[in-house]
Design a binder for this molecule. Sequence first.
Ligand SMILES: [Cu+2]
Length: 162
Amino acid sequence: MLSVGIIGAAALALTGSAAAEQERGGGGPQIQMAEVNGKLDFAGPSSVVSGQNLTIVNNTDPQEVGPHTFTLVKKGKKPYGRIIRAHKVDRQSGDVGRRSVDSGKKGWNRAFTFKHRGDSWFVDEQGDSQTRVVSAAEGRTIRYFCAIHPFMKGKFNVVGPK
Ligand SMILES: [Cu+2]
């Protein structure tokens, strides 16, 4: 899926931001929005412990690549209309009225579907981050994508404490 070069660069990006996170007294897993070898993608862990804080970080330049969302979804067709409405996007100006959408239990747990709202975060600043607890139960698979660059996507398994 990813070349060795991409993994290496992503690991470097993760190392740098992990250090910054530790300076802020944070820690915990992160998912980066990154541009690696000229390609936008998410870089994050394949599993996260239920109840742990998960931070999403934008490491790209919005002037060059535009904003992103980190939006929980399911497989298949994506409910763009519902995502756009949940973020209160003004269709004329493109302004985003609500950056953070937290549905269901507080924290990362609920995917957007054609029936209901899910969890999502909109970001248009480089270096900006958002932390929420992973409130999804152990055994779930969380899938996410960027509603602005739908080829940006990833998933992680929610696991129990070791
Ligand atoms: Cu994006």
